[in-house]
Design a protein around this ligand. Structure first.
Ligand code: ZN
Length: 183
């Protein structure tokens, strides 16, 4: 991780540095910009056949790897609102309800800046929706984000550890789900 800026955006000094992995500081004008932890959400969706629905990522970082529906929380938005919104945007359908399960930290490199995030995970319930076969059959992936959906039957922890999951936070959330929530 570099996160180095060449010049201070306030006074153009070249002495700006990235300090303690958490803020930019300019000793010449006192400019102080915290690279605060960003909040995001993820949804663990168990389909009617017991499989977990993954998305194959259409963009960097980790293009081509698996993830769960979700994304960054917008300004002035709650985590719950973000979970419903991101699910609708990325899959075309919205859960009837969601339930918070756990949060995990993550590292998200994007266009030469490394962001530290706190990812909050929810399970999603679609039981009020009219589903004849599988939830995944109702989904239509957002082109910019999703190559396709992949349904994976999770039988054991080792499988979660070995899946090509883009981010550690989602992997940890799935392990948490497997240990504490899976019926
Ligand atoms: Zn400055």
């Amino acid at each position: 991780m570099s996160n180095e800026f060449k010049i201070c955006p306030m006074c153009q000094s070249k002495n700006i540095t990235y300090q303690n992995n958490k803020k930019w500081f300019c000793p010449d004008c006192g400019f102080d910009l915290y690279n605060n932890v960003a909040a995001s959400v993820g949804l663990i969706i168990v389909d009617t056949d017991g499989t977990i629905i993954f998305e194959r990522r259409a963009k960097e970082p980790k293009k081509g790897s698996l993830t769960v529906p979700g994304g960054f929380i917008d300004q002035d938005e709650s985590a719950e609102q973000a979970a419903f919104r991101e699910c609708l945007e990325e899959t075309g359908i919205k859960p009837d309800s969601i339930k918070y399960i756990a949060s995990f930290p993550n590292t998200y490199p994007y266009k030469n800046i490394t962001y530290k995030t706190c990812d909050m995970f929810f399970t999603a319930d679609f039981s009020k929706t009219d589903i004849k076969t599988k939830i995944v059959d109702l989904m239509k992936g957002q082109e910019s984000e999703v190559v396709n959906f992949e349904s994976v039957k999770i039988e054991n922890r080792k499988q979660i550890e070995e899946l090509d999951i883009a981010f550690d936070s989602a992997r940890n959330a799935l392990l948490f789900w497997f240990d504490n929530i899976k019926k």
